[in-house]
Design a protein around this ligand. Structure first.
Ligand code: PMP
Length: 393
């Protein structure tokens, strides 16, 4: 019998813990269990009708052939215009995730280092590993607002550092770097020209405080800056798989060379839909932001009323990332993952342990769900934890 051996590059690669948990929740549901999943980063709102109609029109008009590798001229132009750059600075990919993968595959040599403040979105470290790089994880705890300080950055940079990966607003913490904080980091980066910056701004429209794009705060670093964005979160288009990167033309070309051999241009119909999203009515962004803000407030208040949970107010995105160490201790759980596994089994609520984001002792709840799910999920968490405490006390 032949035994399959993985390439050493992906020897330790696992299916993302978020996906595993969500699939487990779905399996429990299919088996007849009543499960509330608060585990995925996907708005519950539907894709707006005018976007779906644009896709329909594009398909009927014959936009069904291979699109240009870097994206359709119309969509690249719209993204470029919206960001004050040229189309040559734009690549459209199959989701922001592919932009990240393209960038790492196009730039990393074996052992090159990528600095990522923890907590970070789970895929960052796996994508870096897959591309042969080495994630350099820096703990940025709740006491630091989950943000990287200039001195931490300075201490982490070596001659092998190739990228700093920033994500503001952050998944999972919701933290937003202010213009002054970006400038302070830029001051350090100015002294290390080998370090490029990947600024993942996919939650920019979901900001409850003013948001400053990296390029605007530190224009002097534009020649080594890759901005990542997309339509998934802002326009409820996760399934359409359109994201983009904005950066220096030679980096964009290299990313295009990678993409051209993996997927070719992103889905032509989805690109027409994304164009309609960017050029159509933007009022819905604000309506949805206000809805998310109201959800955020009720989730933060509900979590802070549970003993052993300390939940700071996120400044952006649609996640809360509370400290659950108190609940772990009184409940007798050795890890955040144990507590989350117990919540799923016993209380029927799926949330993601902080260790998946490089910061144990926390858990991530998504509030991109309807009020009924949120209320149900939160009250289950509250009663399960209270009951457990009574037993163990
Ligand atoms: N970056 C961050 C921080 C995310 O949370 C996500 C989605 N969870 C992505 C990128 C990828 O988005 P997509 O591939 O759907 O465009």
């Amino acid at each position: 019998m032949t035994i399959f051996t993985r390439a050493s590059r992906i020897a330790d690669l696992e299916i993302s813990e978020i996906v595993q948990l969500t699939e487990k929740a779905a399996a429990l549901k299919a088996a007849g269990r009543d499960v509330v999943a608060l585990s995925t980063g996907e708005p519950d709102f539907p894709t707006p009708d005018h976007i779906i109609e644009a896709a329909h029109r594009a398909a009927l008009a014959g936009k069904t052939r291979y699109p240009a590798t870097l994206g359709t001229p119309e969509l690249r132009r719209a993204i470029a215009d919206g960001n004050g750059v040229a189309p040559a600075n734009v690549i459209v990919s199959t989701g922001a995730k592919q932009v990240l993968a393209n960038a790492m595959l196009a730039s990393l040599n074996e052992g090159d280092e990528v600095i990522m403040p923890a907590p970070f979105w789970t895929s960052y470290s796996d994508i870096v590993l897959m591309a042969g790089g080495r994630p350099v994880v820096i703990r940025c705890g709740q006491e630091a607002g989950f943000k990287l300080s200039p001195s931490q950055l300075e201490a982490a940079i070596t001659p092998r550092t190739r990228w700093l990966m920033l994500n503001s607003p952050s998944n999972p913490s919701g933290a937003i770097y202010s213009a002054a904080e970006i400038r302070a980091l830029a001051g350090v980066l100015a002294r290390h020209p080998q370090v490029w910056i990947l600024s993942d701004e996919i939650y920019d429209h979901l900001s409850y405080i003013p948001f400053t794009p990296f390029r605007q705060a530190a224009p002097e670093l534009a020649e080594r800056l890759l901005v990542v964005n997309g339509v998934s979160k802002a326009y409820s288009m996760t399934g359409w798989r359109i994201g983009w990167g904005i950066g220096p033309a030679d980096l964009i070309q290299a990313m295009g060379a990678v993409q051209g051999q993996v997927t070719s241009g992103a889905c032509s119909i989805s690109q027409a839909a994304a164009l309609a999203a960017l050029t159509g009515d933007q009022a819905l962004l604000d309506t949805r932001l206000q809805a998310m803000r109201a959800r955020r407030d009720r989730v933060v208040a509900a979590l802070n009323a549970i003993p052993g949970i300390r939940c700071p107010e996120p400044e952006g995105a649609f996640y809360v990332f509370p400290d659950i160490t108190g609940a772990m201790k009184t409940g007798g759980f050795a890890s955040d993952a144990d507590l989350c596994a117990w919540l799923l089994e016993d209380a029927g609520v799926a949330i993601v342990p902080g260790r998946a984001f490089g910061l144990p002792g926390h858990a991530r709840l998504s509030f991109a769900y309807g009020d009924a799910d949120l209320d149900q999920g939160l009250s289950r968490i509250a009663s399960a934890i209270r009951a457990r405490m009574t037993i163990t006390a």
